[in-house]
Write a protein that binds this ligand. Structure first.
Ligand code: SF4
Ligand SMILES: [Zn+2]
Length: 114
């Protein structure tokens, strides 16, 4: 992981989601080195939304976002993934988990607002 990933909020969020999905997929769908097709699709959809996130580096966690841009089906799936993988991330990827907890304290602020 390059140091830039820590300062680039969107890249870090992508990395966090990929780690969480790997934990979830391994436990629920038998995914080993790669994600199952459903989890891969969810990751791709989520990354696409992140590419257009208007908050950029000031991005809040999606669950607290007033402008939740994920499709409702993806949102429900992501909630399940977070519920399972959130606590486990702390053991597997403590730095990502800690930064995610800090992000969850942030208030949403668009990058174009002054
Ligand atoms: S839900 Fe909100 S924070 Fe998450 S990607 Fe969409 S706009 Fe950005
Ligand atoms: Zn899966």
């Amino acid at each position: 992981m390059t140091p830039a990933i820590w300062s680039n909020r969107i890249r870090r969020e992508k990395q966090t989601l990929a780690c969480m999905l790997r934990l979830y997929c391994k436990a629920h769908h038998g995914g080993k080195k790669s994600l199952c097709p459903a989890c891969r699709k969810l990751l791709e959809h989520t990354w696409e939304r992140l590419d257009f996130c208007p908050f950029e580096n000031a991005k809040p966690v999606c669950v607290r976002c007033p402008h939740n841009c994920h499709a409702s089906r993806d949102r429900a799936e992501l909630r399940k993934v977070m519920r399972y993988a959130g606590p486990r991330l702390l053991w597997r990827h403590p730095l990502l988990a800690l930064l995610h907890i800090l992000d969850s304290k942030k208030h949403p602020q668009r990058s174009d607002s002054t």
